[in-house]
Design a protein around this ligand. Structure first.
Ligand code: NAD
Length: 442
């Protein structure tokens, strides 16, 4: 098939590259000249494991190309995906300006009957707005073409996006149009062979399913974080509790980790957007409100623990910080817990020596403060530091040399924001250990 993707970000680029990889001809369209320039030079503008190889392979095979505008690719397009950003606005609602601008552009560029697929995460009712926007442009042009809008929310995870796209656990398609349904079933057939993962619903249910999935994940994290706070008070290790509760198949082990809160470009904004949608329909959302409040507090927990260990004296202290990305295997720092910790430490007068395998440059641009020193590796970050805080669970942080840390960190303490370490072992090596919900009887 001939495919056009609007928006060459994490979702659009992965979708485009993977669809090209199974034989489709794909054009990824993006407005950002820097991004486009990088892609045309064969560089992926962000870090995502395995993505560069898929892009290089398909550009070489002439199945994947990049463009600044929809013409001429729309002349041959069977399907056009909208995969532009839907960030949060001031009031928490999803900013649909990019989606609606892309829709208007599509209406001006459609040159044949085309299925338009909204992949961006959008509130219920948005696909209908997209349809109206495109139809208005088509009417103005007086052309006979039909654009059929369908919803197909994306569930890939940054850090394993290529694998997630190629081996999805579900493919949600929202449409009432049999032709669009057939076309999308054919498009996704390569990923749907050993069992049927295609779930076809009406458009609004598909839009809602994406938000429902993300708020469930966020709720699980905030619930674990609330339990962790109590565990700490009553002398219980939340890690033991996690193993015990996760063993129940109705609960399961995934996404059950206490930590420094969820971040990234999806969970925070999607929880806010769903709460906002409810407010617009005069429905209160006490649970979603608590999920957000717990998460906001959780992001500030580590700085409070560090302050306490240093007897309130953060001014002049040096904190080594391992991990800046909102999770491992990505350089995405959108709403990362590290940014809250950095902000609190800098405002309290501390110096930070930070290391992240791939996200350092993005943080440098976001926080241009000389007291945030970006270091070349994990050990270098600890040199001259008083304490160490671990915020992202990159593999290389999982088994550090604690004896070396005990000799290096002046105030001999590790703040484990992801519960990576065995508290007793760390303390046996001569360090004070602080985790999230790692209560123990003294
Ligand atoms: P992103 O910010 O990485 O990329 C969006 C891209 O769209 C940018 O490159 C931007 O330049 C481009 N763009 C905006 N308007 C355009 C236009 N009119 N024409 C051409 N290009 C345009 O965003 P993302 O992280 O890929 O997310 C895209 C959508 O997918 C969002 O709605 C997000 O919620 C959803 N989503 C994201 C993820 C994820 O892990 N990132 C996962 C599932 C769903």
């Amino acid at each position: 098939m001939n495919i056009v993707i609007i928006g060459a970000g994490y979702v659009g680029l992965v979708t485009g590259a993977c669809l090209a990889d199974v034989g489709n001809r794909v054009t990824c369209v993006d407005h950002d000249p820097a991004k486009l320039d990088a892609l045309q030079r064969g560089q992926v503008p962000f870090y995502e494991p395995d993505l560069d190889a898929v892009i290089v392979r398909n550009v070489a095979a002439e199945r994947l190309s990049f463009a600044a505008s929809l013409e001429p690719a729309m002349r041959h397009a069977d399907i056009a995906f909208i995969a532009v950003g839907t960030p949060a606005t001031e009031d928490g609602s999803a900013d649909l300006s990019h989606v609606l601008a892309a829709s208007a552009e599509l209406g001006r560029a459609v040159e044949r009957d085309t299925v338009i697929v909204v992949k961006s995460t959008v509130p219920v009712g948005t696909c209908e707005r997209v349809q109206r926007t495109i139809d208005a442009e088509l009417r103005m042009r007086g052309v006979p073409w039909r654009a059929t809008v369908a919803s197909n929310p994306e569930f890939l995870k940054e850090g394993s996006a290529v694998d997630d796209f190629q081996r999805p656990d579900r493919i949600i398609v929202g449409t009432d149009d049999p032709q669009a349904q057939r076309l999308l079933a054919a498009l996704y057939a390569p990923y749907n062979r050993n069992r049927d993962r295609l779930i076809v619903t009406d458009v609004r249910s598909a839009e809602f399913t994406k938000y429902a999935s993300n708020v469930m994940l966020a709720t699980r994290i905030s619930l674990m974080n609330e339990l962790a706070r109590l565990a700490e008070k009553v002398g219980v290790d939340i890690e033991a509790v996690r193993h015990g509760t996760g063993a129940d198949p109705r609960i399961g082990h995934h996404f059950l980790y206490a930590g420094v809160g969820y971040g990234g470009s999806c969970l925070p904004k999607d929880v806010r957007a769903l709460a906002r949608l409810a407010a617009e329909h005069d429905q209160s959302t006490p649970l979603l409100d608590s999920v957000q409040a717990i998460n906001d507090a959780q992001k500030r927990l580590l700085s409070a623990k560090i302050r306490e260990h240093l007897h309130g004296r953060l001014e002049g202290a040096t904190v080594a910080l391992w991990g800046l990305a909102f999770k491992p295997n990505t350089d995405d720092i959108r709403e990362a817990p590290s940014l809250v910790l950095i902000d609190e430490l800098l405002r309290a007068g501390a110096t930070i020596r930070a290391y992240d395998p791939v996200a350092a440059e993005r943080v440098r641009q976001a926080v241009p403060d000389a007291r945030l020193q970006l270091c070349r590796n994990a050990r270098a970050a600890c040199e001259g530091a008083d304490v160490l805080a671990v915020v992202t669970e990159w593999r290389e942080f999982k088994s550090p040399d604690f004896r070396w840390l005990a000799q290096t960190l002046a105030q001999r303490a590790v703040f484990d924001g992801r519960n990576l370490y065995d508290p007793q072992y760390v303390e046996d090596c001569g360090l004070r250990y602080y985790g999230i919900g790692r209560g123990r009887r003294e």
